[in-house]
Design a protein around this ligand. Sequence first.
Ligand SMILES: [Zn+2]
Ligand SMILES: [Zn+2]
Length: 461
Amino acid sequence: MAFNLQFFGATERVTGSLYLLSAGDCQIVLECGLVQGAADEEARNRDPLPFDPQDIHAVVISHSHIDHSGRVPLLVRQGYTGPVYTHEASKALCEIMLPDSGYLNEKEAEWENKKRGRKGKARIPPLYTREDAEASINQFRGLEYDAPTEIAPGVTLTLFDAGHILGSSIVQIEYDGGDGKRTLVFSGDLGYRDAPLMDPTTRLQHADTVLMESTYGDRDHRPITETIAELTDVFESARAAQGNILIPAFTVGRTQDLLYLMAEHYDEWNLGKWNIFLDSPMGISATKVYSRFRHLFGATLFEPKSDYPVLPNLYATRSAEESMTINEIEAGAIIIAGSGMCTGGRILHHLKNNVWRPQCHIMIVGYQAIGTLGRRLVDGADEIRLWGDTYRVRAQRHTIGGLSAHGDQADLVDWYSSFENRPPVYLVHGEERGQRPLLGKLKADLGAPAHIARYQQKISI
Ligand SMILES: [Zn+2]
Ligand SMILES: [Zn+2]
């Protein structure tokens, strides 16, 4: 018997993944992520959920990134009491990331309410609180890869390694309503073939319908060897300029990739001449989770008795006091801090101290959503605003595209090509400019029945 899926998020955009499955009498939520980006986009997180949380039998989350998991606490606060299935490593990462997201919501509401107070407007509550997030963690059920689990009558869930970040999963959902099995495969976020840390993406041979991410559907990343050479140049010119290097980094995934690459290319990049700061409490905690689950990837450069890759001059600055000591450093510091798109976090303090100094360098190593400060930096903004003040951007900017945690067009086409029966494929998690070329490529090269998923569109599997 067929089952249905309706798209409620990440259609023609990257963030806010949310899909609703109906299988027999059961409703299953696949992904429950936050919309991230410009303020008017993020306002959509406050829209009522398009279903009654009390009618949901199960929730499945592909990985811990907030654009996939960030609305789970909201779902729970609104009455969902059932299980949230995800990989056990994703569960461990969500234990760090969701409370942080709750904390950021509280701060944001506080800030907003100050503004509203001055205008005589009514106060708004936080989207959800740290406490809401902590409570939702109790409903998480950690699974292993390749272990089929029944999550509702006739519905079997199996997770496969997606190679994107620790715990990231390709989600296979099989439904047997009594007259044969139907299979949905959702790619989650797929890793890049040259990713430094993660294992290769699992390839599957059969599905009746495929949902595939399309973040970089319009481009191929530079080969990793070129990226390494590019990084060598940046480190060299930054050292000659005698400034600092700021690296806004997603605390989960990109931060660990960077540390690992630095350990791997320590001599080549002359890193002994620098002090490396991991200035992110969450990045530090996440790196410990990576260390704990190091059997899931090829982490030969993780020190056997330490939580970190082998880097003698790495300083993990957890407390605010430790972090503030970095403000005094004018040269020779490599500072890795969140948030990855410069929408908040300690990176803002470091930008304040460095962005106007021509001898400093800003290295952008991850995806920057439209409307974020990170995107403005990438797009060449002359000045930026921080806490109401304007700063000229005189630091040198480098966009390192080849370090993506996402597969490029070649990876995406290649991953789909392993489905021998060429099932219908719906593109999600991408902007239209990336989806169009990918759609064309899938149709032309593989004859794939490919579609761009539309908001609220309902499909039968
Ligand atoms: Zn992701
Ligand atoms: Zn994502």
